[in-house]
Design a protein around this ligand. Structure first.
Ligand code: ZN
Length: 192
C-alpha cells in the first residue's frame, strides 16, 4: 500500500463523472454547479485546471457566464494525487489539455474512494475526438454531454467552429476565435 492509498476510506466507493461537449455548451458551468453542491454539503473539494488555460483567471475556474470557483493551476496531472489526498471531491476542468496520464490518475482517485468530476472538450475544431477525453468517457460511471446552440441555424450544437485559419490544434480563446455550430453548419477552415 502506498502513501496515497493510506488516505483512502475503506468501504467508501468513488466514481468518475465526465462532462463533455463543445465550447459554449456550459461544461464549466455544470462542473461549478456540482462542485458548489458538494461544498454546501461540507465535503472537501479541490479543483484543478491546466496552466495553459489562464485566459480568464489564474486561480479560478470561470465559466463563460462568469461563475467561478477557486482552483489550483497545474502543469502535470500527476500533481493531483499529492495535492488532492485530503479531498473527497475532485474537479478537473479543461481535461483535453492534460496528458493521457489523466486516465490512470482518475482511476486511482476513484479507486481510493473519491468522487472525480472531469470537464473537457470532446472534439477539436475539426470535429476529431480530443484525447484524452474519449478514454475518460470510456472509464467514467456517469457521462453528461452538454450541447450548445448553433449560432447559424439554432439547432443543438456539439461542434466548435474556429473562426481563424490557424492549423494549430490548441489556440486558447473564447468568442473572438470560436463559436458553437451544429453538424450541418460546422466546417473545417482552410488552413494557412
Ligand atoms: Zn447549424
Amino acid at each position: 500500500m502506498n502513501e496515497f492509498e493510506l488516505h483512502s476510506i475503506p468501504g467508501e466507493t468513488g466514481w468518475i463523472e465526465v462532462i463533455a461537449g463543445c465550447m459554449f455548451s456550459g461544461k464549466t458551468e455544470e462542473l461549478i454547479r456540482r462542485l458548489r453542491r458538494a461544498q454546501i454539503a461540507k465535503q472537501n473539494v479541490k479543483i484543478f485546471k491546466p496552466k495553459i488555460d489562464a485566459r480568464f483567471s489564474n486561480n479560478s475556474i470561470v465559466s463563460h457566464s462568469e461563475q467561478s470557483l477557486p482552483s489550483i493551476l497545474i502543469d502535470d496531472i500527476n500533481e493531483v494525487i499529492e495535492s488532492a489526498k485530503d479531498a473527497k471531491v475532485i474537479g478537473i476542468d479543461e481535461a483535453q489539455f492534460f496528458s493521457s496520464d489523466i486516465v490512470n490518475i482518475c482511476n486511482t482517485l476513484a479507486n481510493n474512494g473519491k468522487r472525480v468530476i472531469v470537464a473537457g472538450l470532446d472534439q477539436d475544431y475539426k470535429g476529431i475526438p480530443f484525447e484524452p477525453m474519449p478514454q475518460l468517457l470510456a472509464i467514467a460511471e456517469y457521462i453528461t454531454k452538454t450541447l450548445a446552440i448553433c449560432v447559424v441555424c439554432g439547432n443543438p450544437a456539439d461542434k466548435t467552429q474556429r473562426k481563424t485559419s490557424s492549423s494549430e490544434r490548441v489556440i486558447v480563446g473564447a468568442s473572438d476565435i470560436y463559436e458553437a455550430r451544429c453538424r450541418k453548419c460546422h466546417y473545417i477552415p482552410n488552413e494557412s
